[in-house]
Every structure is written in structure tokens, then in C-alpha cells.
Design a protein around this ligand. Structure first.
Ligand code: FAD
Length: 616
């Protein structure tokens, strides 16, 4: 017998975990949360280890995308697209930068028809989640923050000295210091600050940790099914009177189950997963469904379309005495990390008896540091190494918002990061790969990151089998506007680097040698537009902000109800009418909060509090 619930939430990620948690605050409301992955592994809570979860099929969907005109320098011309596959979803694997967006992003959503999504409408939902903690060193607009919500938000203290340098450099280059999640984000000159992270006491605050772990996951009216991939939404009725009545899911053991929802099915499977599921369920562009062998239940031409993402060009600088080395990181992560391949300690702790005094001291210090982080949250491992961020306008259009962001990444990384996770051929990218990527390399990246792209990609069904990934076609740089903005953002980023303060000056930007040769560039020259374009076409990378594939107005209405199918909603990053001009986790959580209140208000669910809707 299929199990019956009031609501089924598909996907326990940034939005879905919030919705399941909030709806189940009412003990009379029976909620199922069905998640393809499991609970996050312990390493997920360590901020510095975020990259280590990528390419692990247990926790990463490991999609890859066709990058369109970009990707000339990527191996096989494929762009890796990590997505969290666990409770907390991508909030369990991401870099934890807590960025809401520019007020104008939301006002333009509302002006475009997304009634109820203006900045004034959505601010209460950002506040509802937020549990702001320590923020020393960062300007904070108190009217835009809340300290009592479940999601830990904090500014790392003490900040890395290089992060203070970044902020100082940006200020010297004309970007004022300010709270980019408060009133200062609206300023015409932009804002720079130390980063507000979704981190509490040095540990990741994913939506699993913030909204499910502990009391919520023990509620008898909340059934959390993990290791269960939903393969289809069950839709019954005739065209004009279609309703979602449940879902079919497949367990890791290969069993197929059905769960029924008396009130609603809510898709929160993310900007790739939600359109994929709709397509598998026969809801999407008719010709594409039929080409993949799925019979069309509802011809909905925009499902999977209008895909937006942010791109970044990684600008690498040597940063003597400032860049965090891989050796420093390894020595902060506990002795187990020092036993990895090529590490200084023996693989087997049983062989530690003959350690030299230096290695013994290193081992004890690594274990002391990790124990300190466990107990107090302090230490180098409590950062994703992006401890500063700047927003500004290039002046090339999109005047309602800022169209540019600079994210610093305060390490050179290693071969595993650049070759495997970025899929860059390091021999081509670097002038001296062994030195640039060596364990004691002191370097940083400044990531030039336009945030209001005009190009749109798409998610296309490849197969009727849910186990086959859909095709992700990014179409990056399809609209020439995006390259113009990228060139301008790179130039502004170089200007920030040129204003680096004090005696820790950055070295010159590293231009890949084959591009330098092609464009007659010598280190220290002003790069030409043609060189910057070529650099961007070869080495632009995703910032992981896939959005807009089930956007309001085309696929769902402003209350996130699927147009053409009753009792079905979509609530995650896919519903954004346009990508926000910043990182997309906080907006996805906001979407979860707002969706929960809309659903609760319509169905008489008694949430602990309502901040926007009038309870029914
Ligand atoms: C590597 C990385 C770094 C990032 N860094 C940042 C950052 O620093 N700051 C920031 O703001 N944003 C960042 N982002 C983006 C941000 O995390 C996402 O935009 C946000 O998490 C999207 O939320 P979502 O709810 O739409 O989807 P997700 O959080 O991805 O949740 C979708 C959930 O649905 C599950 N699912 C999918 N399909 C199915 C199915 N068929 N059946 C059952 N379950 C399913 C998935 O396993 C997942 O748990 C990053 C993302 C990544 C991947």
C-alpha cells in the first residue's frame, strides 16, 4: 500500500529542507521529505573542506555541461557542474557565502509580473531564517538582519589578513565598505566587505543543520526518506483538469515505491533536478518529450528553458606571505590529512613510532588545531577561503542592480582543485604549474564574476530513464553583452589588485603562456580586449548558480503553482524569474521560507510564525 501524506516535498536542499521543516511545525500536518542522497557526512561541517566533496558520487550529482561558446581551455570542453546530493542539498557542499542580492533584483522580478516578490516582500523571509552571530570587522546594517533565526550567519574572526587587504584594495579602487546584505548594497558605487558566511561557531550552517537536524527530524509527522530518487510525479485527470497525486521513487537498493499526497506535491529538486523531474513526468515541450520517449501529459514549452548561471574568470596572482598554502591548510586539518598520498606522515598510524621530532611536533600540532576547531570553531579550517567580497556596476546596462562581483579565493589550490574540479589543463593554464601549484605556493585568485548575464541555457531530456542525466546546455556568451561585461569586470578586478595595500603587494596577474604569446603580451602589460576575450572564452568557470529553469510567469505562477497542473508546486532556485546579482543560496532559502508560508496559508497549516502571509 502506498503511504499517504498531506504534502510530499521532493528534494531536501536549500529550499526543500526549509519547506519540510516549516510545514511539519504543525503536528497535524503529515509531511514526507524524499531526498536522493543521505545525511551529510561529517566533513560537510568543516568549511575549508567544501571542495573535497565534489566528484564524490555519494554526495555530488556530478553533472557536466556543454559550456557553449566558453570552455575552450577545459578538458573535453566540458564544464563540471557539482550539485549537493544529500540533505541540505547544495547548501551542504557550497562555499557558504551568504549573499541575498540587490534590492533591485527583486523589484525587477515584481515589475516583470512576479507579484509578491519585490524586495520589501521578500526581506521578511530572509530575516525569518537568519541567525546572525559575530560580525567583527564587517559593517552591518542592523535593520536588515535578525539574530534569532535557525540559519547561522557570521563573519569569520579573526579574518585572514589577506582578506583585510582585499577590502582595503577595493576601497582604494573606489568601492565603498558596506553591508552588502543591507542598505549599502543599493549604493551606486557598490559595496565591499569581509564575507558574511552561513557558518555558526566555525561550522557550516546548511539547511540540514539549520532546519532538520535535531528536533525537526524527530517529529512523528515528518517522514524523511533518504537514498530515494523520485523518478516521476503522478499526474491524474484530463487536460484542463490535471492534478498531482503523488510520486514514484526508487531506493538505493533498486526498489520502486509510491507515495501519495492528499494536498500537494512540492518539487524542490533544484534548478536541474526540478525541470528534469517535470520532463520525466511528461510536463514540458511536447517535441522534446516525445523525442526522448516520454508521452506528453502537458505541453509546457518553458520547462528547462531560460537557464541562467554566473561565470568567473580565475585571475591568479602570487601573494608572498599572504596566500594560504596547501601545507598550512593540511597542517590545520588534523593528522589524518597528513597521511594522504604524498603526505609527510606514514599512511598507517601504527608506523608513527619512529617519527622524527619535527614530524611528531607537526602531527601533534595538526591534532591540536583540529581539536581546537571542534571545540571552539576557531582555526584555519573555519573558512572556505573567500573571506571578502565586492559588488559594483560596470555601467554597461542593468542599472536596476549591480552587474559585477569580485570573489577572492585566498589560496593557489592544488592540482586536484584546478585539474579535477575546474577541469582545467594545468599544463596549458600555468606558466610554471609545479611552482604555482606546489604545497608551499603563496598565491591567490581574484575571481572576476559578472552577475547579470543575458545569455540563457537549457536543460533538455536525454532519456526516459531517470538515472540518465539530462543534457545541460549553458550557451555561455551567446549574448555578446556578457563578454563586454566580463572584460570590464576583469579590468576592474585588475585595478583592485593594483591597489593592494601595504608591503604584501601582489605579483602581476598570470596570463596563460599560450594566450600571452598569441596576443603579444608581456608580464605587466595592460592586457588588450582581445586577450581578455580569449582568456574568458578559454577559462571561464561556473560559479554554480544555476537558476530560472521553471521561472515564475512561464512555468509557475507567482505563488509557485505549476501552471496547468493542480496540487503541484515548484519551490527552489529554478523559479527565479532572473538570477540574483550575487550568490544564490540565501535567495533559495528565502524561496523555501516564502513557499512554506504560501502553502500553509492556503491549506490552514499552523506554522509557528507567519511573517508575510495571513494564515487561513
Ligand atoms: C559547489 C557549489 C558552491 C556554491 N557556493 C555558493 C556560495 O558560496 N554561496 C551561495 O549563496 N551559493 C552557492 N552555491 C549555490 C547554492 O548553493 C544553490 O544555488 C542553492 O543551494 C540551490 O538551492 P536549491 O534548493 O534550488 O537546490 P539544492 O540545494 O541543490 O537542492 C536540491 C535537492 O534535491 C535533491 N534531488 C534532486 N533531484 C531529486 C530527485 N529526483 N529525487 C529526490 N531528490 C532529488 C538533491 O539531492 C538536493 O538535495 C554553490 C553551489 C555549489 C554546487
Amino acid at each position: 500500500m502506498p503511504e499517504m501524506f498531506d504534502f510530499i516535498v521532493v528534494g531536501g536542499g536549500s529550499a526543500g529542507a526549509v519547506i519540510a521543516s516549516r510545514l511539519s511545525e504543525d503536528p497535524a500536518c503529515r509531511v514526507a521529505l524524499i531526498e536522493a542522497g543521505d545525511r551529510p557526512p561529517a566533513v560537510s561541517s568543516m568549511p575549508v573542506a567544501c571542495g573535497s566533496m565534489q566528484l564524490d558520487p555519494a554526495v555530488d550529482w556530478m553533472y557536466t555541461a556543454d559550456p557553449g561558446k566558453a570552455g575552450l581551455g577545459l578538458n573535453g570542453r566540458r564544464m563540471p557542474v557539482p550539485r549537493g546530493k544529500m540533505l541540505g542539498g547544495s547548501s551542504s557542499i557550497n562555499y557558504m557565502m551568504y549573499v541575498r542580492g540587490h534590492p533591485g533584483d527583486f523589484d525587477s522580478w515584481a515589475a516583470g509580473g512576479a507579484t509578491g516578490w519585490s524586495y520589501n516582500d521578500v526581506l521578511p523571509y530572509f530575516l525569518k531564517s537568519e541567525g546572525l552571530g559575530p560580525t567583527a570587522g564587517a559593517p552591518i546594517d542592523p535593520s536588515a538582519h535578525n539574530s534569532s533565526g535557525p540559519l547561522g550567519v557570521s563573519v569569520r574572526s579573526p579574518a585572514l589578513p589577506v582578506a583585510d587587504d582585499f577590502v582595503e584594495a577595493a576601497v582604494a579602487a573606489g568601492i565603498p565598505r558596506g553591508d552588502y546584505n543591507g542598505r549599502d548594497r543599493g549604493g551606486s558605487a557598490g559595496a565591499v566587505s569581509l564575507t558574511q558566511y552561513s557558518i555558526r561557531m566555525g561550522k557550516r550552517s546548511s539547511t540540514y543543520q539549520a532546519f532538520l537536524q535535531g528536533e525537526p527530524e524527530s517529529r512523528t509527522n515528518l517522514t524523511i526518506v533518504t537514498g530515494a530518487q523520485v523518478t516521476r510525479v503522478i499526474v491524474e485527470g484530463e487536460t484542463g483538469n490535471l492534478n498531482a497525486t503523488g510520486v514514484v521513487y526508487r531506493t538505493e537498493a533498486g526498489e520502486t515505491h509510491t507515495a501519495l499526497a492528499s494536498k500537494e506535491v512540492i518539487l524542490s529538486a533544484g534548478a536541474i533536478g526540478s525541470p528534469h523531474l517535470l520532463l520525466l513526468s511528461g510536463i514540458g515541450p511536447r517535441h522534446e518529450l516525445e523525442a526522448a520517449g516520454v508521452s506528453c501529459v502537458l505541453d509546457s514549452p518553458h520547462v528547462g528553458k531560460h537557464l541562467k548561471d554566473h561565470l568567473m574568470v580565475p585571475l591568479c596572482f602570487s601573494a608572498p606571505e599572504a596566500g594560504v598554502t596547501m601545507n598550512q591548510l593540511a597542517r590545520s586539518m588534523g593528522s589524518a590529512v597528513l597521511r594522504g598520498p604524498g603526505g609527510p606522515l606514514p599512511a598507517d598510524p601504527a608506523d608513527d613510532a619512529n617519527l622524527s621530532p619535527e614530524l611528531l611536533a607537526m602531527k601533534l600540532e595538526a591534532d591540536r588545531r583540529i581539536a581546537e576547531w571542534e571545540a571552539t570553531g576557531q582555526g584555519l579550517v573555519s573558512t572556505s577561503l573567500c573571506d571578502g567580497v565586492a559588488f559594483f556596476s560596470t555601467g554597461l546596462g542593468d542599472t536596476h542592480s549591480h552587474d559585477a562581483e569580485i570573489i577572492p579565493f585566498f589560496t593557489a589550490g592544488d592540482d586536484g582543485l584546478v585539474r579535477d574540479r575546474f577541469n582545467i589543463d594545468t599544463e596549458r593554464f600555468y606558466d610554471d604549474p609545479a611552482k604555482r601549484l606546489g604545497p608551499d605556493s603563496e598565491a591567490i585568485f581574484l575571481l572576476a564574476n559578472p552577475v547579470l548575464p543575458h545569455s540563457e541555457g537549457e536543460i533538455v531530456l536525454e532519456s526516459a530513464d531517470a538515472a540518465t542525466h539530462p543534457s545541460i546546455r549553458m550557451n555561455y556568451y551567446d549574448d555578446p553583452h556578457d563578454m563586454k561585461v566580463m572584460q570590464a569586470v576583469i579590468r576592474r578586478t585588475l585595478d583592485v589588485a593594483a591597489h593592494w595595500p601595504g608591503n604584501r603587494k601582489l605579483g602581476p596577474v598570470m596570463i596563460p603562456p599560450f594566450l600571452a604569446e598569441k596576443h603579444g603580451y608581456r608580464m605587466g602589460d595592460e592586457p588588450s580586449d582581445a586577450l581578455l576575450k580569449d582568456f574568458a572564452l578559454h577559462f571561464s568557470l561556473t560559479v554554480y548558480h544555476h537558476t530560472c529553469t521553471c521561472r515564475i510567469g512561464d512555468v509557475v505562477d507567482p505563488r509557485l503553482r505549476m501552471m496547468g497542473v493542480g496540487k503541484l508546486r515548484v519551490a527552489d532556485a529554478s523559479i527565479m524569474p532572473n538570477v540574483t546579482s550575487g550568490n544564490t543560496n540565501a535567495p533559495s532559502i528565502m524561496i523555501g521560507e516564502k513557499a512554506a508560508e504560501m502553502i500553509a496559508a492556503e491549506h490552514g497549516v499552523k506554522l509557528a510564525s507567519f511573517v508575510g502571509e495571513r494564515p487561513g
